[in-house]
Write a protein that binds this ligand. Sequence first.
Ligand code: ARG
Length: 578
Amino acid sequence: MTIYELLLDKFKQALDKIGAPADTPTPLTQSTRAEFGDYQFNGAMALAKAMRQKPRDIAEQLVQAVELEGIAEKLEVAGPGFINIHLNSQWLAQRLSDAADDGRLGIEPESPQVVVVDYSSPNLAKEMHVGHLRSTIIGDAVVRALEFMGHKVIRQNHMGDWGTQFGMLLAHLSDKLAENELAETALSDLEDFYREAKVRFDNEDGFADRAREYVVRLQSGDAQCARLWQQFIEVSISHSEEVYQKLNVTLGREDIMGESAYNPELANVVAELKEKGIAVEDQGAQVVFLQELADKEGNPAVYIIQKSGGGYLYSTTDLAAMRYRSFKLDADRILIFTDARQALHFKQTEIVGRKAGLIRQQTSYEHCPFGMMLGSDGKPFKTRTGGTVKLADLLDEAVQRARQLIAARSNDLTAQEREEVAKKVGIGSVKYADLSKNRTTDYIFNWDSMLSFEGNTAPYLQYAYTRVQSIFRKAGVSADNLDTQLCLQASQERALGLKLAQFAEAIKQVEKDATPNVLCTYLYELASLFMGFYEACPILKDGVAEEERNSRLRLAHLTARTLQTGLDLLGIETMEKM
Ligand code: ARG
């Protein structure tokens, strides 16, 4: 149990004891300032009316009723009826000792759920660009947090490997192969390849017809066409895999479940919706009218599931995917990471899917939207010439910049170590800069701030970690041999200790809300408190008593493990020196 859960439990019991109604809200929070204690319970105000008493009186009764002996050393009623909870420092220290002795830092797994996570999901017709960065790394961080908490995660890389644009691409590829070019060479730059095909499609006589013919052949399962498609997909997937490897994300081949995989299901999804009277014909197309999303004039939203020509859409595929995930994969939760512009699509998909019974009632369907990555001009991030930025190029630049940064710092790293640090810092910086922002808002991409050793950045956290490692190298001791009691005496020790004890609370919030930025904020605050502690509380200086020294070493070691575990959950690597 986290401290939060423990306190919540106790306050629920206390509410019961003083006769509060059963559905009383229980607003418990971590305190934002030390003078408000460590946690605050602010439920008394809302109870005043129901119980016809003054909020402060209710707060006083709760303070009497709540059983926190040995856990809290002081409870005080403040303001209109806030209850400030000051935890007992010995109790806190004991919790930290237990966490330090535990391989999971004292964090118990939850009762496992099956969570399907749809993330990254690039379109294979083109190269991965910065728009896919967010989905890939936010999704991956959430996946890691879910797995850490004991859930069974099923990754689904819903790659865009199907659709009419493939007609033009395959026609172009077929010509290249006829000229004896290898598929790998022809497709070495997907952006160029796409552009060439598009130019031919728009200008060359007969090419557009051939492209359409390819679409029909592909959909009807023509073998030669399927082989060509396979070749294209194969090369494009390997481009993505290169990016995944650079990014240190956990997606593999086995996680790919592209749009094409649902092709055989689309006709029966449409048939089922028609049968149930949910979809109707409208100007030759099959559509669902959604009264629940009507506009101001009362016109229902229109959700198309089959075009008048018979073609299926993104929406049809998402309905099929929903059914597969809920019924075949047995998902308790389905999380989908795409940019916020798709929010309406997923809202509609859920309404339609629930009406049609394509999702079990108990499966929760959660679109997790994110904002855009912007350039310094506040407009969507582009190259200097206005093109889309390839993700692979961006990541190479990050490592290059980190290399220069590391070279400019005085350190005793070998060339090989320096290269390793450059990679971890470069990639870590790009990821952290993104993950640390509120998921739903746009953010401005900025090399200088993300690579800074000051502030809420990856290098700052990575540096804090190496700082502890260097303390241990200097001390010449191993953390395993420190069986001293932890002691939280100085205010900086106390503050660091409390933060350490709240790690699980941060992870659980990521798990619940799919917001890795909560974990970033936590780690940043932790590292800052550690720096404060390190400055105020000497560890290896002469005159520090052995007990004290060892307790501080343990605290430092626990900090390092927490930083490392937290960064790992974000998909960011640490190093011993930098
Ligand atoms: N391929 C889509 C894109 O690049 C994202 C797919 C997200 N997943 C889904 N089930 N629709 O925008």
